[in-house]
Design a protein. Sequence first.
Length: 405
Amino acid sequence: AKKNDMAIDPLRAVAKEMKFLIGDVRKLLGSGHPSLDRAAKYYTQAEGKHMRPLIVLLMSRATHLCPKASQLQPVYAHQQHQQTLQASAGVDVSISPVNVLSDFNPSWASSSPLPVSQATTPSAATTSSPSPAEEPSASEILPSQRRLAEITELIHTASLLHDDVIDHSESRRGAPSANLEFGNKMAVLAGDFLLGRASVALARLRNAEVVELLATVIANLVEGEFMQLKNTASDEKHPVWSEETLQYYLQKTYLKTASLISKSCRAAALLGGVDNATVEAAYLYGKNLGLAFQLVDDMLDYTRSAKELGKPAGADLELGLATAPLLFAWRDRPELGELVGRKFSQPGDAQKARDIVLSTDGIEQTRALAQDYAEQAIAAISSFPPSEAKDGLVEMAIKTLKRQK
Ligand code: FPP
Ligand code: MG
Ligand code: MG
């Protein structure tokens, strides 16, 4: 709040919604079983960045004034949709959900059927004190879009619960990891529980295309994690660097990180009923931002300490992972191939690899590629009408590059 006037706080446009976010997420996680309740809510206690819901809320608000997909009455559009399905039954099953549903404007979303009323807490709409006179008094963010933001946090947190088990991680968000606190079994089950609750919340949005997008994200997270079990597409003992090495890494990075951000941006736009060009722009923003975000994450693993990160540093090499800084270094230093081939498993391998990486411009190339993606994210939304939320999205891309943890 004490920042100078020039600094844009990406939170500003959605501060009220963010204030309720974690409380609302926790309400989705209640269980009658006390230890499940505790394990499920564990990662919602600490200081998270909540970057995914923040982006979903900003995207929801930034696309609010973009062209709508159709001026048809929603009921009529829905009937048409039913007719399309009936007419094509048995003839053509390849109906693209994008085409069929993109002009379905979910007007019900503003009188959401969601049972728990946190998505429509009056406080969010009525305590609003917009500064510029032309700001509409009601929040432009639909209850369904707020719920989507909560769902992205649930899916992300589920993946962290599982990830810390897979990575044998001992800390997360500056505290002991859930696997350390509760053991592997409970941590895995808590993650599954979060996915279950996310699925229920998702189903209640009553939008099949949005369900399909987020269900695909869950599959993509697992696909990304599977790709990561290997460092390269080949199984060779002495892999040689090639362009494909980078492509494999970027594909994995899309699946494990950018898929959730890009597809939830797309879902936010769909729920807002905006036109196809806006939906695509939202997706592209999320995809590029997600790639930039993970590249920076992989860079910080080399440059920051565990204390600074709130989680183990230098962990990737210890886990046998060759991420962008190493892949760029490998292009100049072929001897890294042997270490990649055995996943830095011999004593001293990780340190040797780290020293080589730090003696090349691998870190700088990673930063430059992240910047490239961040710029593409900003370019993707350039046609959005000016708004505080759009500024927030731009600022998120800039902050992604500057972040230190
Ligand atoms: C963090 O990566 C982890 C992810 C981005 C995804 C992990 C996905 C799974 C474990 C698959 C299971 C998925 C679900 C939905 C339950 P990281 O280990 O590089 O980051 P870190 O340093 O924060 O641990
Ligand atoms: Mg991890
Ligand atoms: Mg991991």
